[in-house]
Each structure stands twice: as structure tokens, then as C-alpha cells.
Ligand binder design. Structure first.
Ligand code: AMP
Ligand code: GLY
Length: 427
């Protein structure tokens, strides 16, 4: 089989690493890819949102399956375009990708179908939003309706912050068209977890639980980032809790999309807050999570390719797969200054000293090649991922590997997966 992976971050490197192990793979391409992916695939110089060039490439090379990593091409309709050209592709259609592409759509869907989420209202008019915010006078979250590269949610502790967020989005248009509407919602408290599932619209196969670390600093302090690390499985998600999430959230979401005439095919990511009154949806993503994919795919046993193909062909019921019972931990090494301003081009040293073992993988996220060296080329640079018998061992192995790698101003959290080790109160 000839496979094309669209994207060039840590999630896509993990996908490439896993797919490259498939006995049914003949040739793997990545667009645009990165130096880590180049170890197992041919990287093509086409950006992930250049749908026309991607489609032309897939037709010319007779690609058997295209796997889309990031949300932007999905929301733009890459799946519809490929399918209308007779090409097989893993991911939801444009209409189904609205689950991530529009917060207003996803919140209205949850309200209509009784899927638990934060109470909310949506606004396009600043006056109305201001009146609502003032009338509630309590901590709220303001969200940009459209895609905002992970920067569109403002968790506001005071009324002043909430008003400022609404004004900057609706009046100053800081997010352009994506911010034409906002959602103002109740602030939820609790522990966050990510639940993902493969689905072809009929069969739903949940993946193991995972937890991201969105805040920049140890102890979940500081600004939100794209994710500073992740681990799987998450002890707080017991079998009973997982079952309840499936029953009350996952299955109703897929059914709702069918009823709305937007059948969902691909992988669905549900970001949940485990509140004292039960799990509630914070967000849907229409793709694998980054960095959750890195530990999840380390734990995925067997051949991923037939499963992705089965999803894309509407035949998920025919496949089965297993998980490694061990735990996996991914520590993100970022460029100093991220998520604000950071430098690019620092030489990364020590990568060779951690290769060559089955239970450790260094996934490239923001890297580039320069005269035979690998240099930093983004905020999140590497996802150093390890398997261990228990979380503590996986964590130790990941941090031992991190200690062998260095680049100028490298920053990483020191407490990834600590929540899985420290006893925590179950809501
Ligand atoms: P979102 O883009 O909706 O995933 O939001 C990004 C992050 O903001 C989430 O991962 C949470 O940490 C936080 N967040 C979003 N919505 C809420 C909420 N209603 N209450 C508390 N925190 C939230
Ligand atoms: N890990 C969060 C995300 O992928 O959006």
C-alpha cells in the first residue's frame, strides 16, 4: 500500500512511526513532514492546507490511503475533495468537521441532544454579550467560534477579563473571521481527560484514556499551550467511568451527527472535565490529539494501517486491536519563550544517544534539517516518549532520555504524569 500522511508535527511523526511498521506498507509519504518523519518516509514539500496540491499528488502517485493529522485541512474539506476524486482518505467530511470548526455548532448540538457540557450562550453582537456577562457576574470562559490554533479559549476569573476577551474578539477582531461569533460559557472545575475513538459512523471503537498537560508551568500554572506532555492510561478514568462516558457522551455524539445528516468518520477526540457532577464536554476535536497520540500509539499493539483503512472504508466492525498494558509518558521539549515569542534554528544535540530502543521514541514536532544537523523550528520541538511497567517507570525513562538531549533555551515541565502517581480525589 502507498500511504500519505498530511501534517508535520509530533502527532504526525508518531503516526508515521507506527504506520512505517506495517507489513502491508509499500511506500510512505508525508506532506510536509519533518526530519523525524524523513527517517521512515519521503517528505514532500506541500503544506497541509494546500488541498489542491495534496490532491494532485495523491492522484499522480496513486496513493491508496491518505491520513490527515491536523484539523485545518479537515475543516477546509480535504476529505470531500479527495473522495470526489476517487481517493481513499481517513478523516471526517467538512460537514462533520464542524464539530471542531465551529464551537457554536458543537455547543448547539450538545444542547439539542442532551450531551453534558458547560451552560452557554453564543453571541455575534458585543452589546448583547456584554449585558449577558455583566448579568452573570461570575467566572466564565469565552471561546472563539472558529479555528484558532489552540488559542481561542479564554478562561476568565473576573468580569473585567471576560469583558476584555469578548471585546477583543468581537470588536477588535483579533481572530479575524474565526471570531465572528463567541461562546460564553460556565467555568467548570475538575480534572481534564481526553477520550478518543475510531468510528466509521456505525461502529465506535474507543481508544485508551489519555491526559494532556495544557499549562506551560509545573503544577498546571501559567498560560495554556498546545500541550506540554501527555500520558496513558489515566488511572482516574476507571472502567466504570469510561463506560458512563461512552454511554452518555461518545455514542450520543456519533448518533447525533448521523441524525443531523453529518455522518462522522475518522477519529473523534472528546476533551472532558471530570466535574463533581460527572464528566462534561469541554471540546470536540476531529482528529488525534497532540501530544496524546504519542503515548497512545506507543501503547497501540499491532498494525494500525488496516484499522485506518477500515475506518475510511466504513468497515470498522471487521477489525480488532490490542493495547500494551504498560504505561506511556510523553514529555514535550519546547523552545524557551513558547507559547509567546521563541527562537528557531538552535542545533539539537544528543538525539542519537536515545535512539535504538523499543520502549523509547523521540517524536519530532518543530524541527528542521540544516546542513546535516537537526535544528529547532517551532515552539514545541520534541515529544520524548517512553513505555514502562507502571507510570512512574515510564516517567523516569522519559525524563532520563530528555536529560540526554539539549538545545539552547530548551524548556520542559518536570511533572508530566505526576497526577497519575500522586493519589488524587475522584470526583
Ligand atoms: P478548548 O479550546 O475548548 O479545548 O479550551 C482549551 C482549554 O481551556 C481546555 O483544555 C481547558 O483547560 C480550558 N477550558 C475550556 N472550557 C472550559 C470551561 N468551560 N471551564 C474551564 N476550563 C475550560
Ligand atoms: N492535546 C490537545 C489537542 O490536540 O488539541
Amino acid at each position: 500500500m502507498k500511504v500519505l500522511i498530511v501534517g508535520g508535527g509530533g502527532r504526525e511523526h508518531a503516526l508515521a512511526w507506527k504506520i512505517a511498521q506495517s507489513p502491508t506498507l509499500d511506500k510512505l509519504y508525508c506532506a510536509p513532514g519533518n526530519p523525524g518523519m524523513a527517517q521512515v518516509a519521503d517528505c514532500i514539500n506541500i503544506e497541509a492546507d494546500n488541498l489542491e496540491s495534496l490532491c494532485n499528488f495523491a492522484r499522480k502517485e496513486r496513493i491508496d490511503l491518505t491520513v490527515v493529522g491536523p484539523e485545518k485541512p479537515l475543516v477546509m474539506g480535504i476529505v470531500d475533495r479527495f473522495q470526489s476524486n476517487g481517493l481513499k482518505i481517513f478523516g471526517p467530511s467538512r460537514k462533520a468537521a464542524a464539530l471542531e470548526g465551529s464551537k457554536v455548532f458543537s455547543k448547539n448540538l450538545m444542547r439539542k441532544y442532551g450531551i453534558p457540557t458547560a451552560e452557554f450562550r453564543s453571541f455575534s453582537d458585543l452589546d448583547h454579550a456584554q449585558r449577558h456577562i455583566v448579568s452573570l457576574n461570575r467566572p466564565l470562559v469565552v471561546k472563539v467560534d472558529g479555528l484558532a490554533a489552540g488559542k481561542g479559549a479564554f478562561v476568565c476569573k473576573t468580569q473585567g477579563e471576560t469583558l476584555e476577551a469578548a471585546e477583543s474578539i468581537l470588536k477588535e477582531k483579533t481572530f479575524g473571521e474565526a471570531g465572528g461569533r463567541i461562546v460564553v460559557e460556565e467555568l467548570l472545575e475538575g480534572e481534564e481527560v481526553s477520550i478518543l475513538a475510531f468510528t466509521d459512523g456505525n461502529t465506535i471503537v474507543p481508544l485508551e484514556s489519555a491526559q494532556d498537560h495544557k499549562a506551560l508551568l509545573d503544577g498546571d500554572k501559567g498560560p495554556n499551550t498546545g500541550g506540554m506532555g501527555a500520558y496513558s492510561p489515566v488511572p482516574v478514568v476507571t472502567d466504570e467511568l469510561y463506560y458512563s462516558i461512552e454511554k452518555h457522551i461518545l455514542v450520543p455524539t456519533i448518533h447525533a451527527m448521523n441524525k443531523e445528516g453529518r455522518p462522522y468518520r475518522g477519529v473523534i477526540y472528546i476533551g472532558l472535565m471530570l466535574t463533581p457532577t460527572g464528566p462534561r464536554v469541554l471540546e470536540y476535536n476531529v482528529r488525534l490529539g497532540d501530544p496524546e497520540t504519542q503515548p497512545l500509539l506507543m501503547r497501540f499493539k499491532g498494525d494500525l494501517l488496516p484499522i485506518l483503512l477500515a475506518v475510511a472504508s466504513g468497515k470498522l466492525e471487521t477489525v480488532d486491536f490490542e493495547w500494551d498494558p504498560r504505561a506511556a509518558v510523553c514529555v514535550v521539549m519546547a523552545a524557551g519563550g513558547y507559547p509567546d515569542k521563541y527562537e528557531k534554528g538552535a542545533v539539537i544535540k544528543g538525539l542519537d544517544s536515545v535512539s535504538g530502543s523499543d520502549d523509547i521514541a523521540v517524536f519530532h514536532a518543530g524541527t528542521a534539517g540544516r546542513q546535516g544537523e537537526v535544528v529547532t523550528n517551532g515552539g514545541r520541538v520534541l515529544g520524548v516518549t517512553a513505555l514502562g511497567e507502571v507510570v512512574r517507570e515510564a516517567q523516569r525513562k522519559a525524563y532520563d532520555a530528555v536529560a540526554k538531549i539539549n538545545f539552547k533555551d530548551a524548556y520542559y515541565r518536570k511533572d508530566i504524569a505526576a497526577k497519575a502517581i500522586r493519589p488524587i480525589r475522584t470526583p
